[in-house]
Design a protein around this ligand. Structure first.
Ligand SMILES: NC(=O)c1ccc[n+]([C@@H]2O[C@H](COP(=O)([O-])OP(=O)(O)OC[C@H]3O[C@@H](n4cnc5c(N)ncnc54)[C@H](OP(=O)(O)O)[C@@H]3O)[C@@H](O)[C@H]2O)c1
Length: 352
């Protein structure tokens, strides 16, 4: 049997990447009924999905704008005329990223593992603009085993990827609700259904001490992203604001920065051969953030620029778990939330 060079590369990539990707999770993805279908797909780029849109006058906040999907999201939304506030853990990195972008951008410092920093960032956003149209919760962290740690007794991925954004969104919710059509867009991951613990959010063990693995901890935090967005959409019902979550695809970004060399090698080859480009990886974020078809769409999960549902066992649509997650998150971050956080539900009719 002869194996072509291309097939050999693919086979090697698959072998190296088995520990880091979840290509064979056994779940099927189906287009979701009741949500307008888009003409876009896995190969669409962020520029293509926003072609013809004029976003001037819109204010967008993108967390984690310095590399990968966040950088491309910022670049394309600014190119379409939006004023984009972009965050990084250091102002210097945010400024450096913005020097590579045309359009109106404002750098802010945000360290999601430090809720004082989150509060400061939210207050800076409030002082810059009286309204906020889109908040893209993009920043994310995937630790290596050396990064296993707790922050105030809670596992780090859960704090950075979920709780930090929970505080940020809550402190800006009134501004999003004041917008003509505010959108919260949560960049989650397909690992929320393929790799999260089978029983869902580990409310009784938020340290994830039992059977700790990096990818399980990351997937746990990504399930929290999806459930947070689901419960937020329920709380926003009757307002003009929406909340949706998404999987961007598998993309060769700096998300692998904390993996060991073997995992990094596998991820890079696999993502390079089977994954999306960064331009394609930012398409779903840009689509869900801006497309007028989605003015009324909330509480949905997107892949490849379309709302989908996922077959098999998982907790992506578990409303009771989402409501409990909200209460637990509120309790864990109560010192950083303020009374204005919850918008007056039902006071505004959602506009088409
Ligand atoms: N790449 C993929 O295959 C893939 C797949 C599924 C989901 N995702 C999700 O996509 C999102 C973007 O990831 P990416 O692939 O573009 O990765 P990336 O290139 O590593 O970008 C991550 C961004 O998050 C910021 N960040 C990291 N830790 C932070 C912290 N503690 N506080 C504040 N900001 C922090 C980084 O900013 P600084 O370093 O400048 O602070 C950076 O701008 C993440 O939520 C990730 O989970 C990615």
């Amino acid at each position: 049997m002869t194996v072509s060079r291309r097939n050999f590369l693919k086979l090697s990539a698959a072998a190296c990447a088995i520990p880091v990707v979840s290509a064979c999770s056994g779940h099927r993805t189906m287009r979701r009924d009741g949500v307008p279908r888009s003409e876009f797909n896995a190969k669409s780029t962020a520029e293509e999905v926003t072609a013809g849109l004029d976003l001037s006058g819109k204010v967008v906040l993108v967390t984690g704008c310095t590399s990968g999907i966040g950088f491309e999201t910022m670049r394309v939304l600014a190119m379409r005329g939006a004023s984009v506030i972009g965050t990084s853990r250091t102002l210097e990195k945010a400024r450096a990223a913005m020097r590579r972008v045309d359009g109106t951008t404002v750098p802010l410092q945000l360290e999601l593992s430090d809720f004082e920093s989150v509060v400061k960032c939210a207050e800076s956003v409030r002082s810059l603009h009286s309204s906020l149209d889109v908040l893209v919760c993009n920043a994310g962290f995937l630790g290596g085993s050396q990064h296993r740690s707790l922050i105030s007794g809670v596992e780090k991925h859960f704090v950075v990827n979920h709780l930090g954004h929970f505080v940020l969104v809550n402190r800006l919710l009134d501004r999003l609700s004041d917008s003509r059509q505010g959108r919260v867009v949560v960049v989650a991951s397909g690992m929320a259904y393929s790799d999260a613990p089978a029983s869902g959010i580990q409310f009784d063990d938020l340290t994830l001490a039992q059977g700790y693995r990096d990818r399980r901890a990351y997937a746990h935090s990504k399930l929290a992203n999806v459930l947070f967005s689901l419960e937020l959409s329920r709380r926003l019902r009757g307002s003009r604001a929406t909340s949706n979550s998404l999987h961007p695809g598998m993309i060769n970004t700096e998300i692998d920065r904390h993996m060991n060399r073997f995992m990094q090698f596998g991820f890079r080859i696999f993502a390079g051969v089977f994954g999306k480009t960064i331009e394609e990886g930012a398409a779903t974020s840009c689509f869900v953030s801006t497309n007028p078809l989605l003015n009324m769409t909330s509480g949905k999960y997107f892949e490849n620029c379309n709302a989908v549902s996922i077959s098999g066992d998982h907790h992506m649509q578990d409303e009771a778990m989402a409501a409990r997650l909200w209460r637990v998150s509120e309790d864990l971050t109560k010192d950083y939330l303020v009374a204005r956080d919850v918008p007056e539900i039902g006071s505004m009719a959602r506009q088409g």
